[in-house]
Design a protein around this ligand. Sequence first.
Ligand code: ATP
Ligand code: MG
Length: 406
Amino acid sequence: MTPEQSSTRPGDGSPGLVLAHYQEIGLKGRNRSFFERTLASNIALQLEALPGATAKPIPGRLLVRLPDDSHTDEVIRHMSTAFGLSSFSPAIELHSPTMESIIRTALTLADKTAFDSFKVRARRGNSSFETKSIDINIAVGSAIQEHTGARVDLGSPDWTCYIELTGNRAYFYTRKIPGPGGLPVGTSGRVLTLLSGGIDSPVAAWRMARRGSSVDFVHFHGQPFADPSSARQATQLAKHLAPWTLRSRLWMIQFGDIQSEIVTSAPQELRIVLYRRMMMRISEALALREGAQALVTGECLGQVASQTLPNLTSIGEVVETLPVLRPLIGFDKLEIEATGKSIGTYEISIQPHQDCCVLFIPRQVSTAVRAVDIAQAETALDIPALVDKALANAERVDVGLRSIID
Ligand code: ATP
Ligand code: MG
């Protein structure tokens, strides 16, 4: 290797380098540097356990450097959960490139793999390099063709040599690993997700994180009347999401006493909606205390009796100032399950657990509660006192990325 190169050739002990690309961030105009800095600091957090790893924005891209290339697989695993990335690639860096050194580096890369067909894709970003991309493609392509005997195929080649020129550097890579898309966590405010142990709410949380929200969680458990299995399950789910959500907290609320008050004072067909209204009130108070700007649920239109339009209206109307976001409202159950399976929450969600809402489960659930009946049932409850007590006893569990690495 020549002195001007650094690479990620596995096992040769040379510096590790990963070049990452993003799409949507590029559209953000004057906020762009905020998005880029947030993405870099999120990736730095993900790579914290790898000594010497750094993540730095360079024009239009992000560059991760490691002291050596022995952790490439780990870096790839971490970066595949970094929302905001469209793709990333282990790369070689060339300082002060010339046409000659570009060709030499491309041939070194070509020597590492056998292929019958190939293409070269050069791109000049913010670079003063004089040769046009198309001319680089032609010059490098002819040299590779001559050197290897392989043919050029611009459609679906066996091998692609990507060359990107930016500043006074050229980056070479041959693999594009898909990123998770979306926006960097921390660029779209903070939300509080009502997390049950079920299938939907972890998927809802993941979708909000994918749109750039920092996600905190609140779980209501049926103790002292139910066992701690739902709380354990919610903790497991929140920790499982940590590689995406990065810096989350989970709040545990004891809900059994409130449920037993509702059971003694209200007709059974109203119970579920009354439980949900209390969950919403407590969640809003908690969100306001902790600085979250919206509540998120896993509700989906028509999925169960509590998720009809009249019941969603009744559940949502107790939230006074914050928006209630329901990212799954228009998805089919099978689509939600498919997402849950692809992100690994589904397997956790289907473990047996005692959800607080199966406690004192009513035989009938109204699909269209009437406001007057709900108001009547709630006159028996001292709502402000119940909210205050729940909040005062809320327990905080750290489910951030550091908590699962340590
Ligand atoms: P999930 O799989 O998310 O539990 P579900 O189809 O079982 O959804 P419900 O149980 O009716 O639906 O709950 C609707 C939403 O209310 C959940 O997605 C979640 O946001 C919230 N929720 C329900 N139970 C709890 C709980 N015990 N703690 C926190 N939030 C809850
Ligand atoms: Mg549920």
